[in-house]
Structure formats: C-alpha cells, structure tokens
Design a protein around this ligand. Structure first.
Ligand code: GLU
Length: 464
C-alpha cells in the first residue's frame, strides 16, 4: 500500500506551531514510507477564511521546508463534488432531509438539558417528514453496534453508535459541513493515514460511519495531543509567539523549530538533535506521547543555538541575510556573511541578535553606546588610538593574525595591558563594547573602515 497523508488547515489565521507539528508528523510519515504528502486548504467557512491566511500558511510551510507532493487543494473548488456525495447518500437512504426548525431544536435541547441528558438530535425526521420549508440534510447514523478506532497514538477507542446522533451534512443553503467535506476529500484523495490534532477525535467515529456508508476504504487514524503553554493551558498567543513566521522573525532557524517540534511529545532515547534525515528515519507515530506536551521556549532557544553553531555557515548566512535585509542592509556592502556567521555564532543564540550585533560591519553607526564611551574614551585614550592608527595605516596584509600582533605590540610598547588597547579600539570601530575577538572584528571590517572609525573616535575624544 502506498502511504498518503495530508495536512488540512483551515485558513482562519497564521500557521501556528501546533498545526506545524501536525504537518511535520504527517510529512515525516509520508517521507519515511516513500508516500505522498498532500496539502488541503479547508476553506469552506467563508466568513472566517481569508486569502491572507492561505498565504500565511503556504509561507510557513515553505519556510519550514515541508514541501507537499499534491495540492494545495481548496475545498471551495469542490462544492459540486460534495453535492454529488450528499445526493448519493440521500439516494441510497443513508441521509435524509430534516425540517426541524431552530426553535424546535432549541426546545429539544433545553428539555434534554433539564432531564440531564446529553443534548442530541432525536431523529424526528429520520423516517420521513410531512413538514415543508427550510431543510437540512442529516446523515443516518447507524443505531446499533459500535465504532472501533485503532488510533496509532491513543490506542483503541470504542464508541457506541447510540452515543452518536444524526449529524447535519448539508446546511439549509445546501453547503456541506466540515465532517462531510473531510470525509469526501479523504476518500477521493486516497488518504491512508489521517494524522491530526486530538481536538478532532470526537469527529472520527462520525466520519468513519460516513466513510462506511460510502463504501470507502477506512484510513488509519493518529490523533496527536495538544501543545500546552507553561501554565498548563492550551498554547495560545498569551504564552508568547505561536505563529511559525514569528519564530522566523525572532531569529530561529527552521530546522531548529522542526527539531524542537518533533521532540515535543516524541523521543528516541535521550537524543536531542535530529537532522531532517534522522527524523525521517527514526520518527514513529506509535511513540508519540498520549498526553499533551508543554512548550518550552528556553529549550527551543538552546536548540537554535546548537543549530547556529553546527550548521554550515553558508546556510546560516542565507537566513541571516534575510534579517539584515529587514534592517535595510545590503550584505554585499561589507564582509562575507559566512565569515560574519563564523565570527558570531558562539555568541548569538538567535539570528536577530546576530543581525543586530553585525550592523556595524555594514553601515556606519550614528551613536556610540554611552556607557562604553564613558568607560573607554577617557582623556589620553586618543593617544593610544593614534598609536594603533599609525601602525594599522602602515599595514599591507589586512588579516587577523597580523592585526592581533599589532594590538599586542602596541599594548607592550605603551606599557598597557591588552584590554586597555583592545577595548577602546572595539568601541571606536563598533560603537559598543561587545563584538567578536578584536582581531577578527577588525579583519572583517576592513582597513579603510577601521582607520576612518578610529579617526572619528580620536576626534570625539579630543573634542570632549
Ligand atoms: N481543518 C481542520 C483544522 O484545521 C483539520 C481537519 C482534519 O485534519 O481532519 O482543524
């Protein structure tokens, strides 16, 4: 059997991390088994769906690298097909028109609540109705027997059919409801494994009954537990970033987020870092935790730093260039980004910090960090800076080792400890008191910018 999985987001907002994890699991499962991964946009709720959200979801999938083999399919393009299936169910006696008015249904509901019964449709129109007027279509759920789901994550789930009522599959305006569209699509798209959030687990027995009525092959189900925030409530905006693209904006690498998400509720011994290939090889739905997992931003940040340090610097540079672009920087106006990554990667846990701390390589800073100036630009420091300026000016080969030697020699000559030379120099060329090692910083910056900035600092000290 060739495996077919799908990710079926409703485009009512950005791609959030919970959705991304579901998508990742579906993608991994398809990749592991040499199957196909389908993207389906469930946009039938016209009021809540938007093109903007569709774009946000596609952007998120692309950024994460979760490429789909088929789709995106849009449910709004498939209304004719849903109508056809609704008609088929009506024709074969598995669905019926229900004329019960909203008032009638509300009264029924109130009565059932008063009797402490579970609110459910009582099947009044199931055997035909003399009523006319507005009508919906309901699925005729079997009254006997039970539905058995062998969920790959949750294990066996058994639901008695008498617990399920006849759900509406077409509204009074003829539009199909969620449970119908999902069933038709999963059937038509030949989905073999439905991997989705466990907020859908209550829909599954109903969907299985419709699939059976249609004579469809039943997929295997895997319901993935929710992600919680640190306070135990379902992860939401108030816990911080939940949108995948926010993580890009906050300086995370997509692989780090994927690695974090795959580990959230799944483990393989005590291994923390997984390349994409390892994830594909090792991931197993059967080993996903049954209980919900808690999102831990600290852990994600730690992983991000591991990825920044161990990934190919050219790859990190590619992502860093996006952040610099956001800050109006054209990276071709300064040192090689790959070299900047190599210089900065130990210090920076995310790419926002790395971009912010690398701006001085690419553009003049307007102001100096006040504290750093106070501490390092005291009277007399202009002479120290002038001394190194002269030596730098005379240099022919502008590279780190030679620069290191010049700084060392200058300190010795001036009878100062190294910090007394290196730190004012750093403030002069970076505008702040932190940067990679001074020789590396100067090498990246280049001779002309170094000389100009030292001259600027000397003038500042002289005039203050
Ligand atoms: N569209 C549904 C959602 O976004 C998912 C449906 C499914 O996976 O079956 O929650």
């Amino acid at each position: 059997m060739s495996i077919r999985t799908r990710f079926a987001p409703s485009p009512t907002g950005y791609l959030h991390v919970g959705g991304a994890r579901t998508a990742l699991f579906s993608w991994l499962y398809a990749r592991k088994h040499g199957g196909k991964f389908i993207l389906r946009i469930e946009d039938t709720d016209l009021e809540r769906s938007s093109q903007e959200s569709v774009n946000a979801i596609l952007e998120g999938m692309t950024w994460l690298g979760l490429e789909y083999d088929e789709g995106p399919f849009y449910q709004t393009h498939r209304f004719d097909r849903y109508k056809e299936v609704i008609q088929q169910l009506l024709d074969q006696g598995d669905a019926y028109y229900c004329y019960c008015s909203r008032e009638e249904l509300d009264a029924l509901r109130e009565q059932q609540m008063a009797d402490k019964e579970k609110p459910r449709y009582n099947g009044k129109c199931r055997h035909g109705s003399a009523q006319t007027g507005e009508r919906v279509v309901r699925f005729k759920n079997p009254e006997q027997g039970e539905v058995v789901i062998d969920d790959l994550v949750k294990g066996r789930i058994v639901v008695a059919n008498k617990e399920l009522d006849d759900l509406i599959i077409a509204r009074s305006d003829g539009t199909p409801t969620y449970n119908l569209t999902v069933v038709v699509d999963d059937m038509d798209m030949g989905v073999t494994h439905v991997i989705r959030g466990d907020d859908h687990v209550n829909n599954t027995p109903r969907q299985i009954n419709i699939l059976k009525a249609l004579g469809a092959q039943l997929p295997v189900y895997a319901h993935v537990p929710m992600i919680l925030g640190s306070d135990g409530a379902r992860l939401s905006k108030r816990h911080g970033a939940v949108s995948v693209m926010q993580y890009r904006n906050d300086g995370y690498l997509p692989e780090a987020l994927l690695n974090y998400l795959v580990r959230l509720g799944w483990s393989h011994g005590d291994q923390e870092l997984f390349s994409i290939d390892e994830m594909i090889q090792l991931f197993e739905l059967e080993k996903v935790n049954v209980s919900a997992s808690t999102f831990n931003t600290e852990k994600l940040l730690w992983l991000n730093h591991q990825y920044i340090m161990s990934s190919d610097p050219a790859h990190v540079a590619h992502h860093l260039s996006w952040h610099l672009g956001e800050r109006g920087i054209d990276p071709t106006t300064g040192p090689s980004l790959t070299d900047v990554v190599k210089a900065q990667r130990e210090r920076c846990k995310n790419l926002v910090d790395m971009a912010e701390d690398s701006l001085y390589f690419y553009r003049e800073f307007e102001t100096y960090d006040e504290k750093a100036v106070k501490k390092n630009f005291k009277a007399g420091v202009d002479d120290i800076l002038q001394h190194v300026w002269d030596r730098f000016d005379a240099m022919i080969e502008w590279e780190a080792e030679a620069l290191h030697q010049v700084v060392l020699d200058s300190a010795e000559h001036l009878q100062l400890n190294l910090g007394k030379v290196a730190q004012p120099l750093r403030v002069a060329v970076c505008g702040c008191g932190v940067s990679p090692a001074i020789d590396v910083t100067l090498a990246l910056l280049g001779k002309q910018k170094t000389l100009d900035r030292i001259a600027r600092a000397i003038a500042l000290i002289k005039n203050s």
